[in-house]
Design a protein around this ligand. Sequence first.
Ligand SMILES: C[S@@+](CC[C@H](N)C(=O)[O-])C[C@H]1O[C@@H](n2cnc3c(N)ncnc32)[C@H](O)[C@@H]1O
Length: 229
Amino acid sequence: MGKIKLDSRLSAVADFVREGKTVADIGTDHAYLLAYLLQQGTIENGIAADLRKGPLENARKTLIESDQLEKVNLILSDGLDELKKGDCEDIVIAGMGGILIKEILERTPWVFDENIHIIAQPMTHAEVLRRFFLENGFKILEESSATDGKRFYCIISAQYDGIKRDAEEWYTYVGELIKNRDNVSQTYIEKTIATLEKKLVAMQNAGVGEVDTLTATVATLKQKVENNG
Ligand SMILES: C[S@@+](CC[C@H](N)C(=O)[O-])C[C@H]1O[C@@H](n2cnc3c(N)ncnc32)[C@H](O)[C@@H]1O
C-alpha cells in the first residue's frame, strides 16, 4: 500500500489532531486516518474502534499494509463504551450522523475532561452536535470545512471547559465556520442557508412547524454573512 493519501474530508480531520497525542478513531472502518497520522509521525500510537468486525478487519488490513499495526490497539466497541479514562487524548468521530455522535459523547462521562480534544465530522445534523457541545460545557475551539466536489463537510474541534453556553439558533447551523474566509466554508454556509430556506417554504406551504423561529434564524444567518461574521 505504501504511503497513505487522505481525501480532502479526512485530511481536514487530520489537521485538527494534536501532535504526539494518543488518538482514538471511533468508527474507524478502513483506519486510513490513523495509518496516515502514524506514517506522518504526527502521532506515535492510536486506538482504532468500530462497532462491527468487518470494518475492524478493514482497519487491520490497512494497518498491516501501511506497516503500522503494532502501534494501534484495535477494539470492537459501540462508541467509546469499551474505552476508559486515560486511554486517549484526542477522540475522532468522523463519517457518522451528528445525532449518533452526540449520543456516543453524552453517555461517556470521561470525555467531559479539559485534557481531551474531540474532533467530530458529522455527515448530518451538525446543528444537533453544536448545540450539545454548547449546552453541556464544551467550547467549540475551531471548525473547518471540506468538499469532494459533490458534498460539503464540516469538521468541529471541541474541548470541555465546564462553561454551559446558550446555543443561539443561527450559530448551531454554521458554528465557527462563520469566521472562516475560505471559499469552501463560505459555500458550506450558503448551502446551509439555501437548505433552511427550502425547509421554510415547505413549512409555510404545509402550515406546520415553527415558521417564525426559522424565518428569524435565516434572517440572522444572512445578516451574519453580510457582516462577515
Ligand atoms: C462511514 S464509516 C466512516 C469511516 C471513517 N471514520 C471515515 O470518516 O471515513 C462509519 C463507520 O462507523 C461505524 N459505526 C457506526 N456506528 C458506530 C458506533 N455506535 N460505534 C462505533 N462505530 C460505529 C461503522 O461500522 C462504520 O465502520
